[in-house]
Design a protein around this ligand. Structure first.
Ligand SMILES: [Zn+2]
Length: 387
């Protein structure tokens, strides 16, 4: 049977954990959505066929912690996301209820990547001194703004507050009012312990980000994972990577991974200060975890359907028929590679992930090696080749 597909990615190896797929298959796209995933699809009526043999085809990666407004290191989201196989990014608290509309007009409405956001419990957002002003932490207007934009604002962020519980408690109160989860970036203190945060302050479904930070008490003095970590996981607290410039230390990740203390979700905390050194992108953060023993299939799952579930948008993390066609085509290179952590130490690894093709809503928006384009010698006096 021949179908009028707009695009077929043919001959690749599909990993779609949401649908338990891990094997050779073609992926067909029509009208911006996934039309079919199956080995041996007919390409007779397809407008474009791209040979992706030797490559992996996965749902577009979802990064639930990155920075695209407010915070001083923000980047324009498409520039970070598309070269990294990432089709959904969640700005982690750059804006609060007072300046969200500016964020929407200036960035969200202009981005091609799907840009969602966590609203900061601080009304003015992630802007330095005001992050310490408890009068800025007002649950009600925060929840009201989220109720106005429930499709964009997927949760609430508590971060950078140096003393007391006002930020965390305010975010949780707002979360209760509008039915959203909270992501917490936390600095423990003697009067404000990490144990109390995860066992007593956060709710099931809330996320602690920066789980592998050296400022977090996840390991005891003997480098054993603390019992309260497992207890919190049992209770439904979620743990996210949030690599960034300060929260991915090989000397923490190593003992944690050895003891099976793994992330629920992989994210980057991408900002200007972390994109190049230590290179906190989705493919490289996944590569680092694979080098510590995580299977590639698990790394894909924790970068697609698991983050989609955390933000309560499970339709975004799969290649299910009818889903918006957000796709990553990735190469898992084998060889001798080096990776850098937040302390700027290096480790060797034998596999490295590279994004070859990124498809957003059915459109190819990144093509590292031009595999979707015709060779110029076959195109005569071409001007712009639309397909
Ligand atoms: Zn961050």
């Amino acid at each position: 049977m021949s179908e009028n597909y707009d695009l077929v990615l043919a001959g690749g190896h599909v990993i779609d954990p949401a649908n338990d797929l891990n094997g050779p298959a073609d992926v067909a796209v029509a009208n911006g959505t996934i039309a079919a995933v199956s080995p041996g699809l007919s390409t007779a009526g397809a407008a474009k066929v791209v040979n992706v043999s030797g490559l992996y085809v996965t749902p577009g990666l979802i990064d639930i912690h990155s920075h695209h407004f407010g915070y001083s290191g923000w980047t324009f989201p498409d520039e970070y996301a598309f070269p990294n196989g990432t089709t959904t990014v969640v700005d982690a608290g750059g804006a609060g209820y007072k300046n969200f509309e500016q964020f929407k007009t200036e960035i969200i409405d202009r981005a091609r990547v799907r840009l969602l956001a966590l609203l900061n419990i601080v009304g003015g957002g992630m802007l330095g001194a005001i992050e310490q002003d408890v009068s800025e932490m007002q649950p009600e207007p925060c929840a009201d703004r989220i109720a106005e934009y429930p499709d964009i604002l997927v949760g609430i962020k508590a971060a950078h507050h140096k003393y007391g519980w006002e930020s965390v408690d305010g975010a949780v109160a707002a979360g209760d009012m509008c039915g959203k989860f909270v992501m917490v970036d936390f600095q423990p203190r003697p009067e404000r312990t990490y144990r109390e945060l995860i066992l007593e302050r956060m709710r099931p479904g809330d996320v602690h980000t920066h789980m592998y930070g050296q400022h977090i008490e996840q390991l005891d003095a003997g480098k054993k994972v603390q019992d309260y970590m497992w207890e919190a996981r049992e209770k439904g607290i979620l743990f996210d990577v949030g690599h960034g410039g300060g929260s991915f230390w090989f000397r923490v990740v190593g003992p944690c991974m050895e003891q099976g203390w793994r992330p629920d979700t992989i994210s980057t905390d991408a900002h200007k200060g972390s994109l190049f050194l230590p290179r906190a992108t989705m493919p490289i953060t996944m590569s680092k975890l694979v080098s510590f023993g995580m299977s590639f299939e698990e790394a894909v799952r924790r970068s697609t359907i698991e983050p989609a579930k955390v933000i309560n948008r499970p339709e975004l993390g799969s290649l299910s028929a009818g889903a918006e066609a957000d796709i990553a085509v990735l190469e898992l290179e084998e060889g001798d590679f080096g990776f850098v952590d937040s302390g700027l130490a290096a480790m060797r690894g034998n596999r490295r992930l590279t994004a070859h093709l990124t498809v957003r809503a059915g459109e190819i928006v990144w093509d590292l090696n031009g595999i979707s384009r015709p060779d110029w010698t076959t195109q005569g006096d071409y001007v712009r080749i639309d397909n």
